[in-house]
Design a protein around this ligand. Structure first.
Ligand code: GDG
Length: 492
């Protein structure tokens, strides 16, 4: 089984002569002013959560966009700071973007074009020429920051996600013999029929194909990608090696289902400190003696939060005996609020919460509690531990780490996962109660069946899922990707 130690050993033995650089848009830690003091927050979102424990053993450099208002306060003149603050293990190098760059590259092309293009959530992508121009400028900016950091050394560069499609190409053009590049695509790849509407499809594919290794969560996404390339650009597809050869450069395509640090989460979740936080939440939200349904999400329309609220509404309507006995607690940090659809999602959620609470609440019970407050990792673990059922209802999701964090945190004596069949995690966690979030009635009934599941059945299913996440943990994900990279040789 892959562990933090075995990953560390691989890195010490095989990679110590090289620099190791991870690149993502979102930073793993941001520094924020709070009442005149600088606080350090863990970045929300799957990429940051997944890679932080990996970087803690790799000790490399993580290059990402600065996002906190106090970020500039703590860095050296190269934009670097050691993180995590309590026990610095690796270097975070920050890239500063102007407002125009962030608008065009991040809110515009990344999140109004590529994000809806790759998710089957029926949100129409918007392609603006100007956004694309900024997308190119920012990918260039990242490439300069990385090359400045690397100097004339050899490096493994591991790029994350859809915001940085052009980066492999820019890097390889400037330092062809110095770098081995992997790119991991964290969201689904739908297939040719969807992708072909993108006006910049050729540039995007060419950018990605400059990588030496390109990873997706699922085999299905790999197949969709290869099919897209096959129909869109001139290249040779080697079905045996599962690779694409273009202009004498080979890109290996592989599925690597991402995961979480099962052992780390499992052991901290049972600490006395987390138990105390759990008790405080029980008091704060008045949960004593009630069954708790929980959702923790970045507030994104792909996560199916309105659908979840509608299913809760339907549940109280159909099963009035659950009133006063069950509470639905939703934790959600707003993201991408400059994009109109995220703003209206926020308003829609507020309206639904208000309506449900108005319809069913009694003098001392409110069916839905919705908190937008930032929660730390330990607080998230405390919440997972108090939940009788965790609900993940994505309309479409590459993987979904909340499902795996919940399985890792859960005490033996309680817990069940309700999981959308459209999240990548559903391919592994088949013992969850699988739902179609578009089917209100089935979704609602499934929540009830998770709540009343006989103990023996519940425990059996949870034990199986825990074993799956324990084995297929984040160190296995990283270990497999790095082992594949190590088979490649630097050009002389
Ligand atoms: C992409 C893909 C894929 C959420 N709210 C808060 C908070 N979180 C943390 C959770 C979890 C992470 O954010 C969300 O994980 P997801 O898997 O849902 O990630 P996405 O951001 O959609 O990211 C996804 C992932 O990449 C990894 O490949 O699984 O399919 O879309 O860790 O705990 N954390 C804190 N406060 C919150 O309010 N602190």
């Amino acid at each position: 089984m892959w562990t933090q130690e075995s990953l560390g050993q691989l890195i010490r033995e095989k990679m110590q002569d090289y620099l190791f650089v991870v690149v993502s848009n979102r930073e793993p830690y941001s520094h924020i002013f709070n009442k005149g003091r600088v606080e350090c927050h863990r970045g929300i979102g799957g990429v940051a959560s997944a890679l932080d424990p990996v970087m803690q053993v790799c000790h490399g450099t993580w290059v990402a966009q600065a996002s906190g208002d106090a970020d500039y306060k703590v860095v050296d003149k190269m934009g670097r700071v050691k993180v995590p603050p309590e026990k610095p293990f690796y270097t975070l190098k920050r890239v500063w973007l102007s407002k125009e760059e962030e608008n065009g590259y991040y809110f515009g092309f990344s999140n109004e074009a590529l994000w809806p293009l790759c998710h089957m959530a029926f949100q129409r992508p918007v392609f603006r020429k100007n956004d694309w121009e900024y997308y190119k400028i920012v990918n260039e900016k990242f490439s300069k920051a990385i090359l400045d950091e690397i100097g004339d050394r050899k490096a493994f560069v591991w790029i994350q996600d859809y915001q940085l499609c052009l980066l492999p190409k820019f890097l390889k053009e400037r330092a062809p013999n110095q770098l081995i590049i992997a790119h991991f695509w964290h969201i689904p790849w739908l297939g040719y029929e969807s992708f072909r509407i993108c006006p910049q499809k050729k540039e995007i594919l060419e950018g990605l194909l400059a990588s030496d290794l390109l990873g997706f969560h699922l085999r299905y996404h790999c197949d969709n990608f290869v099919d897209t390339v096959d129909r869109e650009i001139e290249s040779k597809i080697d079905r045996e090696r599962f690779s694409i050869i273009r202009a004498e450069h080979e890109t290996i395509i592989r599925p690597y289902p991402i995961s979480v640090d099962f052992e780390g989460i499992h052991s901290t979740a049972s600490l006395e400190e987390v138990e105390k936080i759990r008790q405080l939440f029980v008091q704060e939200f008045d949960l004593s003696g009630r069954r708790v349904l929980l959702g923790i999400d970045r507030l994104d329309y792909t996560k199916g939060i309105p659908e979840r609220l509608k299913a809760i509404d339907f549940m109280f309507n159909q099963y009035p005996e659950l009133k006063e006995k069950v509470v639905f607690l939703q934790i959600g940090q707003p993201t991408r609020l400059h994009i109109p659809i995220y703003k209206s999602l926020n308003d829609e959620i507020n309206t639904l919460v208000e309506e449900i609470n108005w319809k069913y609440s009694t003098r001392d019970w409110k069916p839905v509690i919705f908190s937008r407050h930032y929660v730390s990792l330990k607080e998230a673990e405390a919440l997972y531990r108090l939940a009788d059922v965790c609900i993940v209802s994505s309309l479409h999701d590459g993987m979904n780490l909340v499902a795996k964090e919940y399985i890792s945190s859960c005490p033996d004596e309680k817990g069940m996962l309700v999981l959308s069949q459209f999240a990548g995690a559903a391919k592994e966690l088949t013992d969850a109660v699988l739902v179609n979030p578009f089917d209100l009635e089935q979704f609602s009934k499934s929540i009830v069946s998770a709540l009343i599941m006989p103990e023996e059945d519940r425990r059996k299913r949870m034990d199986k899922m825990k074993e799956i996440v324990r084995q297929n943990n984040i160190f296995r994900w990283a270990g497999k990707i790095l082992s594949e990279l190590l088979k490649l040789e630097f050009k002389e």
